[in-house]
Design a protein around this ligand. Structure first.
Ligand SMILES: *[C@@H]1O[C@H](CO)[C@@H](O)[C@H](O)[C@H]1NC(C)=O
Length: 185
């Protein structure tokens, strides 16, 4: 019965949200060594991502900045149905020994979701977020970000290789439309 409930839940989640889910617990990828959060701040454009219900728009970009209370402001902006929409969230380093493993929350009522920087040269970045559900299945998100609206195809190819090496399934990864964008944040 329990198996059935979990299976049913997984199916519903998948149907309703178009999120990516997989059986088993989250993979445990390596993250960027000596991650320098200060160099990571500022503006990023989304190049490709795994499907996410909260990111259906185009021209998706983010600006990370330091707040006086040492938390980080996350400002996400996207264009959806002809309107520019922004969402503000908060990121924190949960364990100073592992600065590349951030937590991000978009409201006071939701817990921090993982935001792991797997790899970055501060011009492009590979970000991963995975949540276990009872260790029976997991829902995950992955993003390729860059300081520019486009990246050379070989850089994207290499990024996907890195995800795959870490046992992250990026077969459903799709480009974000960054054409016909202007201004922004
Ligand atoms: C990012 O946000 C910070 C703080 O709000 C702001 O000072 C900065 O100009 C923004 N950067 C860009 C590139 O928009």
């Amino acid at each position: 019965m329990k198996t059935f409930i979990v299976w049913f839940l997984a199916l519903m989640l998948n149907l309703v949200s178009s999120q990516t889910f997989h059986w088993g617990p989250c993979p445990t990828p390596m993250v960027q060594p000596n991650f320098d959060l200060n160099r990571y701040l500022g503006k990023w454009y989304e190049i490709e991502k795994l499907p996410a219900s909260f990111e259906k728009g185009t021209c998706i970009e983010a600006n990370y900045s330091l707040r006086p209370d040492k938390t980080f402001k996350v400002l996400n902006v996207q264009t959806y149905k002809g309107k520019v929409r922004s969402t503000e969230g908060t990121a924190v380093v949960q364990d100073t020994k592992e600065p590349a493993k951030l937590g991000v929350s978009f409201s006071y009522f939701t817990p921090y979701s993982p935001y792991w920087v797997l790899s970055t040269d501060y011009n492009s970045a590979l970000v991963y977020s995975c949540t276990d559900v009872l260790r029976i299945f997991h829902v995950d998100f992955a993003w390729i970000l860059a300081r520019t609206r486009t990246l050379p195809p070989e850089t994207v190819y290499h990024a996907k290789e890195v995800f795959s090496r870490e046992k992250i399934d990026v077969s459903r990864m799709a480009p974000t439309d960054q054409s016909k964008c202007d201004g922004g944040i």
